[in-house]
Design a protein around this ligand. Structure first.
Ligand code: ZN
Length: 454
């Protein structure tokens, strides 16, 4: 009898253990099903590691950027559009990380907890980007490395992104890893780039001056072409705060930076949102800009930092966001470009909600900066450069040891009926106005023509 009891107990124990593991496995399958289904080894979505069955991706005008036909992943017919969207879409083999074909694979594959992955997905991912404008901007960048982006500063919607170098996904060059012309080709420079800012940094110094030097608009500075180690681009003589920004006087801005001190400059850098690494609605993480000054640094180091020529490095995405905030009264939404995803029945399965970027600029400071950046164009660069657009902005010619400078332009349209901000950085070419200013102007004017013609 005792033996039988023992056997029954043993059987019960085995059954209980079996049930426990069965339930655990079922639970794991259920909760991790999405992950299992979307693994790149899953033949329904990938074939030999190549993305095949996924829905289509379209630009703001419904132009198809990527789609699946007869089990094959296809891209737009225009090679310039294909090249300008390489980083945005990612390649179909997963070499370029962070492409939306990868990070939005759930929405693209039509994953469903009951049915799993569709054999062929009819889902559509809608972008805010204008494909023709992206290709246009890509052409403006070439042959230089760099990036251009344009954002609606009222909504945070990006309408243009181009990053160079890139390549046509249908004709991948064989020498990508050895040819210096393709250095950093896998990086979308808008999010992953970090550059010496040069004089665009004077906008940060100007913001700190507006907030901390009460009589800044009544002050004058004296520039005889140099001050200690700081060399100016000209001999400006007696110069006001506004004219010093317009004409990008290094001596005046180095003096302003020294008067402010490291803490106030760091504070402005933070208020501008430059020290943030954004993880955007598009599931892309941008690099944080970097500043390295503290109160124990020499006047010379603080002066160089104030004119953007020290060890400071700026990320283009974060600086574009800063421009949006100035244009939009001190607040901005994190720039993004994936608007929504709909399934084959037209039902929305994803919709992005604009996210406050966390930039904290007072409306008064934003308004004063807006007028200063407007006067850069109207009083110095010349309105003729931007055609019919009433433009605000600042150029930067970031000097580098024994190399040609990086050219920058950061700005926005003054008129909020055409609410766009732009960032352009062209690496190792020369003058900010000549290279980045003209590229930014060209892209903004193309957008203006498209907007007017409807
Ligand atoms: Zn000067």
């Amino acid at each position: 009898m005792r033996t039988i009891n023992k056997r029954i107990l043993l059987i019960v124990a085995v059954v209980v253990i079996f049930l426990f593991f069965t339930i655990l496995l079922a639970f794991s399958m259920f909760t991790n099903a999405q992950e299992y289904a979307l693994k790149s080894v899953n033949a329904h979505l990938y074939e030999s590691g190549v993305l095949t069955n996924a829905g289509e991706i379209v630009d703001t005008n419904g132009i198809k950027l990527a789609y699946t036909q007869n089990g094959e992943r296809k891209y737009n017919d225009d090679p310039d559009i294909r090249a300008s969207f390489l980083h945005i879409l990612g390649d179909n083999k997963g070499f370029i990380s962070g492409g939306i074909q990868d990070v939005f694979k759930n929405e693209l594959s039509g994953y469903n907890i009951v049915y799993g992955v569709n054999k062929s997905s009819d889902n559509t991912l809608n972008l805010t980007l204008d494909a023709e404008l992206c290709a246009y901007a890509y052409e403006e960048l070439r042959p230089y490395k760099g990036c251009i982006a344009v954002c609606n500063y009222k909504t945070g919607e990006l309408i243009c992104i181009a990053s160079s170098p890139s390549y046509d996904i249908y004709n991948k060059p064989e020498n990508l890893d050895s040819d210096p012309d393709y250095e950093g080709v896998y990086i979308n420079r808008l999010y992953g780039g970090l550059y010496t800012p040069g004089s665009i940094f004077k906008v940060v110094t100007a913001m700190a001056a507006i907030e901390n030097i009460t009589d800044i608009y009544n002050r004058t500075f004296y520039c005889n072409g140099k001050d200690g180690t700081i060399i100016c681009n000209d001999t400006h003589g007696e110069i006001s705060f506004k004219t010093a920004l317009n004409q990008s006087c290094n001596v005046a801005f180095a003096q302003i930076a020294v008067e402010l001190g490291a803490d106030k400059i760091n504070e402005a850098f933070h208020s501008a949102g430059l020290d943030i690494s954004y993880t955007t609605n598009d599931r892309i993480t941008s690099k944080s800009s970097i500043i390295n000054i503290n109160t124990s640094d020499s006047k010379s180091d603080i002066g160089w930092t104030g004119i953007g020529q020290s060890t400071t490095l700026v990320n283009p995405y974060s600086f574009l966001n800063f421009m949006c905030a100035i244009a939009n009264g001190g607040k901005s939404y994190e720039p993004y470009f994936v608007k929504s995803a709909v399934n084959e029945n037209g039902r929305k399965i994803y919709e992005s909600t604009p996210v406050d970027s966390g930039i904290t600029i007072t409306p008064t400071t934003a308004s004063l900066l807006k007028e200063l950046l407007r006067s850069d164009v109207s009083d110095y660069y010349g309105d003729y450069i931007f055609g019919d657009i009433t433009m605000c902005g600042k150029t930067g010619t970031a000097e580098r040891d024994n190399k040609l400078p990086h050219a920058w332009f950061a700005g926005f349209s003054y008129d909020d009926d055409f609410p766009y901000a732009v960032i352009a950085i062209l690496e190792e070419c020369g003058s900010g106005l000549k290279y980045a200013g003209s590229a930014a102007s060209s892209v903004m004017q193309e957008l203006y023509r498209k907007t007017i013609s409807g």
